[in-house]
Each structure stands twice: as C-alpha cells, then as structure tokens.
Design a protein around this ligand. Structure first.
Ligand code: 13P
Length: 251
C-alpha cells in the first residue's frame, strides 16, 4: 500500500524566526508515531534553521524550487547539492506559480528533475490545467503533454523516487476546490498514463497528490479517493493547528 504524504508548501511566507517557531510547534503537536509522511516546505533561507529545529522529529523537509544547473556561475540559484546538504528529502518541481510567474518550461523542469533525482531526493512534479483549458475540455491533453515533456528521457528505473502532484491552477488559493470526482478522474488518468508509458508496477508505486484549496474541512473526502495518495497544502499549512488536523485525516 502506498503511504499517504502530506506536504505543506509555505510559498513566500514566514521569516526565519517564524519558521523556527512553526516547526517547533509542529514537532510538539506531531510527536507520536505518524502513519503518513509529513513534509514542510519553507523558503530557502529557513531550510537550515528548520533542519536544526526538526532534529529527531519524523517531520521531513522539502524545498520549493531547485536550480536546473549543477553548480557554478548562476547568481541567485540554489543547487540540488545544497538542498541535500540541509537534509531536504523532497523538492517541488514545476509548481504552477514557477511556471506562470517565472516562465519555467517543461524543458527546464526536465533538467530540474534530473538534478533532484541525481542527488537522490524525491521530486514532486506539479502539473495542472488552467480554468480556460478545462473549459475547452483540453485538460487531459494538456496534462499528458506536461508529463511527456517533463519526463522525457527518463526510464522507469530513474523514476523510483518520483511523486506527482495534480494542482489545477483554478483551485490554487481560490477556495474553489475541485470536486472529489474530478480529482479522482484526473488521478486515475495519471496512473493509467504511468502504466502505459512505463509499467503497472510503476503506476502502483508512484504517489499522486492533490493540491488546490485543501483545508481541514475537505482533506478527508479528498484523501478517501482511490488514487489520491496525499495532499499538497498551501494556505492551510501556514497555521500549525490547521495543518495538523489535515495530517490527522491522512492517518
Ligand atoms: P492553496 O492550498 O493555498 O490553494 O495552495 C495550493 C498550492 O499551491 C500548494 O502547492
């Protein structure tokens, strides 16, 4: 059985001192044994302080982004090696905000995936359609192109650590969550795609998460969908009690 994964993407929120306070609170609230994998994803500058604050906790660390390059003269970039060094186990790749605001293409994301996999962290490849694409009934074509282009050149053995997150753009930060039926339909489509392109084993093994206005009220029904292996939470992950109550639904 696939273990549930709950990831809190803090986006560009919380200073270093706020981040330390937050993970300390989470560490206290989630001190017992957890069935789900719990991952917090603070801004880059808070990663090392959070690593220290989370010492001896089962809560894991993730990064919001990574450079497509290995090292060198790339001012402002943060490499996969640097993330690994501060004990990051997960890295978000291709969040829709990175794609839209910072113009990240599927080709760039393919390079980023290579970096994360090479340094043996788990990439969380984010895909998702806009409201316009959904309205034009082009959702599945669009998602298939994202998967094809981002995963180009990888063989099944390269992708053991892959996590996929379905985040419809129209549901992010809007309070407008996708219907459980819509979510299951897309997750099933992604799993079928993995089976077609790679194998049944790979389709069964790869966690597929949902993100987009997840909160303590809807997490339970979303995570009960057959092909939903967890959630990627934005806004509701900024409050320790809200995040913990979402984690409890994953148990
Ligand atoms: P919200 O939960 O705030 O809609 O954000 C979702 C998201 O983008 C997580 O990566």
């Amino acid at each position: 059985m696939r273990k549930k994964i709950v990831i809190g993407n803090w986006k560009m929120n919380k200073t270093v001192s706020e981040s330390i306070r937050m993970v300390t609170e989470l560490k206290n609230l989630l001190s017992g044994k957890q069935d789900a994998e719990i991952v917090v994803v603070p801004p880059f500058v808070s990663l090392h302080p959070c690593e220290i604050a989370l010492h001896e906790s089962s809560i894991m660390l993730g990064a919001q982004n990574v450079s497509a390059f290995d090292h060198g003269a790339y001012t402002g970039e943060v490499s996969a090696a640097m993330l690994l060094d501060v004990q990051c186990e997960y890295v978000l790749v291709g969040h829709s905000e990175r794609r839209e605001i910072f113009d990240e293409s599927n080709q760039t994301l393919n390079q980023k995936l290579k970096q994360v996999l090479e340094y043996e962290m788990r990439p969380v490849l984010c895909i998702g359609e806009s409201a316009l694409t959904r309205k034009a009934t082009k959702t599945f074509d669009f998602l298939q192109t994202q998967l094809q282009e981002c995963l180009r050149g990888f063989v099944e053995d390269d992708l053991d650590a892959l996590v996929i997150a379905y985040e419809p753009i129209w549901a992010i930060g809007t309070g407008d969550t996708a219907e459980p039926g819509q979510i299951q339909e897309v997750h099933q489509f992604i799993r079928d795609y993995l089976e077609k392109q790679y194998s049944k084993a790979m389709a069964n093994m790869t966690p597929i998460l949902y993100g987009g206005s997840v909160n303590q009220g809807n997490a339970d029904v979303i995570m009960k969908q057959k092909d939903v292996d967890g959630v990627l939470v934005g806004g509701a992950s900024l409050d320790a009690e809200h995040f913990v109550s979402i984690v409890q639904h994953a148990q």
